[in-house]
Structure formats: structure tokens, C-alpha cells
Write a protein of this length. Structure first.
Length: 202
């Protein structure tokens, strides 16, 4: 969640959970806790726990390999899929199309043609949403991929966030939900975050 000396935060929906990326031991502990919370400890569900743990671990590793600085998943149990949504954020360089543009909103418009402007706590952002169809066993269901871009405080990078929703029967509602999630985007200086943590630990 880093950009120079700052971290970003967003308010996730209630059923979503962050999975650590940088520290692999923290990642393993977090996944283990999520699996136990979701599936329980019943011995008869051991294979289901193992399957979910492996799927979450693979997804987190894939996110890390893709350059993610933050990764979150939704853990509602839905038939036929390991988890009902994933969100990955990473820092990208700005496209060359917007070189020399200082205004953040204009820069986003030049960089991401056809995107929809939205507002966040930290300023302007842009979004695209692409509905699709996923097939599970004998059934098809509407899916949705949403991409967001927001300027990072450093000025030389853009925070790119991808939301993947394998089951999105009402795309407009999911777009509205994640516009609200990204609307809560806020950058906080590391020194402030460390000070808050220090106070909490006393």
C-alpha cells in the first residue's frame, strides 16, 4: 500500500478482507485465519479448508507476481467458485499520452480515454467497467471487471486498482458499490501511521 512515504487506505465492504503481500509469513497466517473463519474446524471439512487455502495462496502469489502492493478478497461461499471477488492494486507509471499535463483530472482523462471520472477523498480518479459472462458447470452468470486509476502523491505514478467479480448479476449495483469503496481512497504519511500504531500499543 506504499507510495514513497505514504500508504493508501480504502474502506472495504464488510465481507472483504485484506491479504498481506510483502510479508509471506503474515500472508500465510492471514489466509489460515480466513479459511478457519470461513469453513470452520470440523474434520470432515479438511479437504475444503485445504482447497480454499491453496486457492487463496495461489491468488495472492499471482497478485505479488503482477506487482501488487495490496490485495483483497471477498470470502462469501458461492457454488462453484473459490471466492466471490478479488481486488488488486499496484503502482504504474503514467502513460506517455499525458506527459506535461499537471491538472490531475485532465491527466487522467488524457491517459485513460473513455473512462468515467469519479471523486475520492484524495482527489479525482477514473474508472472503466466491463461486464462479461462466466461459465460454471452447466450455468452461465454475469461477471464484471472494474479498473480504477488514481494519482499517487509522488506525482510520477498512478495507483491502478483492478476488481474482478466472477458473479455480478446486477453490474450497476456493483459498480456503485466499488465507486464508494474507491471514493474512500486516502493517502496517509507513514510517520502518522506509525505514530497511531505506537499509541494503540501503549
Amino acid at each position: 500500500m506504499l507510495s514513497d512515504d505514504r500508504v493508501f487506505s480504502v474502506v472495504l465492504p464488510g465481507s472483504w478482507n485484506w491479504i498481506p503481500i510483502a510479508d509471506r509469513e503474515d500472508r500465510a497466517r492471514r489466509i489460515q485465519a480466513l479459511v478457519r473463519k470461513q469453513v470452520g474446524r470440523n474434520d470432515r471439512l479438511a479437504s475444503r479448508r485445504r482447497q480454499l487455502r491453496d486457492e487463496l495462496t495461489k491468488s495472492a502469489k499471482d497478485a505479488e507476481a503482477a506487482g501488487a502492493i495490496a490485495f483483497a478478497v471477498a470470502t462469501e461461499l458461492l457454488p462453484g467458485i473459490p471466492f466471490s471477488g478479488a481486488m488488486m492494486s499496484r503502482l504504474d507509471v503514467w502513460p506517455v499520452d499525458c506527459a506535461g499535463i499537471d491538472d490531475p483530472a485532465q491527466r487522467l482523462d488524457a491517459a485513460f480515454h473513455g473512462s468515467t471520472p469519479i471523486e475520492t477523498v484524495s482527489g479525482p480518479a477514473a474508472r472503466t467497467a466491463v461486464p462479461g459472462v462466466q461459465r460454471y458447470t452447466e450455468h452461465e452468470t454475469p461477471s464484471l471487471d472494474i479498473d480504477y486509476w488514481a494519482p499517487a502523491p509522488s506525482g510520477n505514478a498512478v495507483l491502478a486498482t483492478h476488481v474482478s467479480l466472477p458473479m455480478a448479476p446486477e453490474p450497476e449495483l456493483f459498480i456503485e458499490l466499488f465507486d464508494s469503496v474507491m471514493g474512500s481512497l486516502e493517502w496517509v504519511r507513514l510517520i502518522e501511521t506509525e505514530a497511531e500504531t505506537d499509541v494503540e500499543q501503549r
